[in-house]
Design a protein around this ligand. Structure first.
Ligand code: SAM
Length: 248
């Protein structure tokens, strides 16, 4: 998979060299290229923003550097492949685990990191003539820039790439994982020692009875979802009698 990131803060992406993603990058499994938007500015101050038309507070990112940056990235295409452009914005559609799964199938993603009050809207409209474009939000709050949302999305997408996770099963058992967990939160997890500060690990986890462990995990997932995200329960399908008792 190839990922291009355009930003005015390339240093923000140093964490992409850490951990499993760092190894995947070093091995060539993921090709991540970070571009400085200011490379496409030609004035003495490398200006990327200007005052908003219509007035109001803050500044807006100018279209010219963005247009050139995206043209340059696109010009690097091999054959017929076209990237999908992701524009992080609080006004975008909510980014979910389903989006992470969908985007992990894409061979090439480009992220455009906005700052200030965002990017001149003509940039997305213009880009949409040459590639699919989507605006995604990482949550109902406002951050200072698109860099942190891009890190979030890149990590969520790349950890689903086959071979990236040390243990592929862990993605299957995660909160929101496709299948049984798609609308459930994962319950609590424990490791050794079995007793720590007089707190014991639930006995069933030491029993070696896999069916009982699976049932306990589902019970805990249902309880945690009911407590922290009750609105998700409406999307849980195939509730059995025991599930209903747990939720009662
Ligand atoms: N004026 C914009 C609004 O109210 O929707 C907020 C702009 S925000 C200060 C600057 C940049 O941060 C955005 O262009 C976007 O790239 C990024 N950003 C902030 N919050 C975000 C979120 N929840 N999801 C995705 N991107 C976000």
């Amino acid at each position: 998979m190839r990922i291009d990131i355009v930003t005015i803060f390339p240093e923000y992406f140093a964490p992409l060299d850490l951990s499993l993603l760092g190894k995947a990058r070093a091995s060539g499994m993921v090709d991540i290229r970070v571009h400085d938007l200011r490379s496409w500015t030609y004035d003495r101050h490398n200006t990327v923003d200007d005052t908003p038309y219509g007035g109001g507070p803050g500044m807006v990112m100018k279209p010219e550097p963005w247009g050139q940056a995206l043209d340059t990235v696109l010009a690097d295409r091999q054959g017929e492949s076209v990237p999908r452009l992701v524009i992080p914005t609080p006004s975008g559609a909510p980014f979910t685990q389903r989006d992470a799964e969908r985007l992990t199938e894409e061979p090439w993603l480009v992220f455009a990191c906005g700052r200030y009050e965002g990017i001149d809207a003509r940039v997305a409209a213009e880009a949409a003539e040459s590639m699919p474009v989507e605006e995604l939000s990482v949550g109902d709050y406002v951050l200072a820039g698109g860099e942190a949302p891009t890190l979030v999305m890149v990590e969520a997408v790349t950890r689903l790439l086959p071979g990236l996770l040390g243990n592929a099963d862990s993605a299957v058992q995660d909160s929101f994982a496709r299948g049984e967990m798609s609308a459930l939160l994962e319950g609590p997890v424990y490791t050794k020692p079995s007793v720590w500060r007089e707190r014991e690990v639930p006995e069933v986890l030491l029993s070696g009875n896999h069916a009982a462990v699976d049932r306990w995990r589902r019970d805990e997932a249902l309880r945690r979802t009911a407590q922290n995200r009750p609105e998700l329960l409406a999307h849980v399908t195939g509730l059995d009698q025991r599930d209903r008792e747990v939720l009662a």
